[in-house]
Design a protein around this ligand. Structure first.
Ligand code: UGA
Length: 450
């Protein structure tokens, strides 16, 4: 049984159903639940719709755990832990989920309970105490075997990362929980399933590592992994800024350092910085947690600072060209925080739009799938118009900022774009295009660090 049908819960549920398990997914949100019940994906995520149809005999969706908790053997909690105003993780959904389970649990039966939600360090131990107390009050020994089981999937690649992970981490002090989860993930650990035709197994894929540790270390792995990836991007963005000052090319520099196996080439794409529901939230939560226990984390702090600077750098580029942005109209191409998703949470594009509006500019915002979420996030503003077609979005603009590297925009017709724009200024916030290609169409091209 999985509680929560967000990106993590739903994709984990579908992947586990695909490899042969019987899965029940609990989702409180009625709109989402109705969609799932009618075999429609509530999220924009590669392969999810296909898999919902393919595994329909192995997966069921419910509003409450009541009807299925008694039969369940393993319960995975994958509810959201969004940031509160002060940056701390809001654990109320997690607490609700635990309460709902305890209310209906079969007291005679053993359960393995895996916490997949990203939770502050120490949460698993606190939950363990709550559960033990619950059983103590009933005068019986706890039959819930707790484990921390973080996820490492990327939005847009969620099913791929779930079926072909680098590692599976189990943090538990219970031998039963460890062996249950090992058994659950066995088809993935041993790659014994036939890959779905629409989520191909990568070439030269090594079997995933299995990392068994204590709950606190497991929680730490999740935060440390995200913080490290975030700072890797911020590092390359910091170097990109220096490249601009001295005329070096960040693409070559990234390749030059990334081919060193100790560094690695991935997550060295310089650009307008990282967004999404994970890196911003998790780095902030880590800092808050560290502050609470009186520990200074200057590296994580600097990663966040550099990330904000990356967004502002785009505006500075526009200003070096125009001086003043009042009455200028700027197209922002790409609103999702990364391609492959309609998620705009903490999207660098939205921050850039906010700054542009504050500077008095008008904005033409464009995205192939994230418009609905973007409109909700930005709210009504007469100075912004929305488009799905980039050629329509750039009509009469004074510059275009390219913010999300949608693959469907890989072959933009720059001559056509140029013919529509008032001024041919193209700021490639993702270093997605060959500068020469863009310049050939008469553009002034500005990338990040090149
Ligand atoms: C991230 C991690 O990559 C996952 O391993 C983790 O499970 C997930 O957070 C989570 O905690 O749930 P996600 O936020 O979905 O996944 O997406 P990423 O692919 O990591 O991208 C994050 C941001 O970094 C995006 O805005 C992306 O554009 C940016 N990025 C990424 C760069 O600017 N440069 C890069 O080289 C890579």
């Amino acid at each position: 049984m999985i509680i929560g049908a967000g990106y993590v819960g739903l994709t984990t549920g579908l992947a586990l159903a695909y490899v042969g398990h019987k899965v029940d997914v609990i989702e409180k949100n009625k709109e989402k639940l109705n969609k799932l019940k009618s075999k429609t994906s509530p999220i924009y995520e590669k392969g999810v719709q296909e898999l919902i149809e393919l595994v329909k005999d192995n997966i069921n969706f419910w509003e409450k755990p009541d009807e299925v908790i008694k039969e369940a053997e393993i319960v995975i909690i994958a509810v959201g832990t969004p940031p509160k105003k002060n940056g701390e993780a809001d654990l109320s959904y997690l607490e609700d989920a635990i309460r709902d389970i305890l209310k209906k649990i079969n007291l005679e039966k053993d359960y393995t309970l895996a916490i997949k939600s990203t939770v502050p360090i120490g949460t698993n131990n606190k939950i363990d105490n709550i559960i033990k107390e619950f059983y103590r009050e009933k005068g019986i020994e706890s039959k819930i075997h707790l484990a921390s089981n973080p996820e490492f999937l990327r939005e847009g690649m969620a099913l791929y990362d779930t079926l072909y992970p680098d590692r599976i981490v189990i943090g538990s002090l219970s031998a039963k929980a460890i062996s249950d989860l090992q058994e659950l993930y066995k088809p993935i650990l041993q790659q014994t399933f036939t890959p779905p035709s629409f989520i191909n197994k990568p070439n030269a894929f090594n079997l995933p590592h299995l990392i068994i540790t204590d709950p606190t270390s497991s929680e730490m792995i999740k935060y440390a992994a995200n913080a490290f990836l975030a700072l890797k991007i911020s590092f390359i963005n910091e170097i990109a800024g220096l490249c601009e000052k001295v005329g070096a090319n960040i693409k070559d520099v990234a390749r030059g350092i990334g081919t060193d196996k100790r560094i690695g080439i991935s997550f060295l794409n310089a650009g307008i910085g990282w967004g999404g529901s994970c890196f911003p939230k998790d780095t902030l939560a880590l800092l808050e947690f560290a502050k609470e226990i009186g520990y200074n984390m200057p590296i994580v702090s600097a990663a966040r600072e550099v990330n904000q600077r990356a967004r502002k750098a785009v505006i500075d580029k526009l200003k070096t060209y125009y001086g003043d942005l009042r009455e200028k109209t700027i197209a922002v191409l790409g609103l999702a925080f990364k391609p492959g998703t309609d998620d705009v949470r903490e999207s660098p594009a939205l921050d850039i739009i906010k700054i542009l509006l504050n500077e008095g500019a008008k904005v033409k915002a464009c995205d192939p799938v994230a418009l609905q979420n973007a409109k909700k996030a930005i709210g009504i503003n007469e100075k912004i118009n929305f488009f799905t077609n980039p050629y329509e979005a750039v009509e009469g603009v004074d510059a275009a900022i390219f913010a999300t590297e949608w693959p469907e925009w890989a072959n933009l017709d720059f001559v056509k774009l140029a013919s529509k724009m008032r001024t041919r200024l193209f700021i490639d916030g993702r270093n997605f295009y060959e500068p020469e290609e863009v310049k050939k169409a008469g553009f002034t091209y500005m990338g990040v660090g090149r």
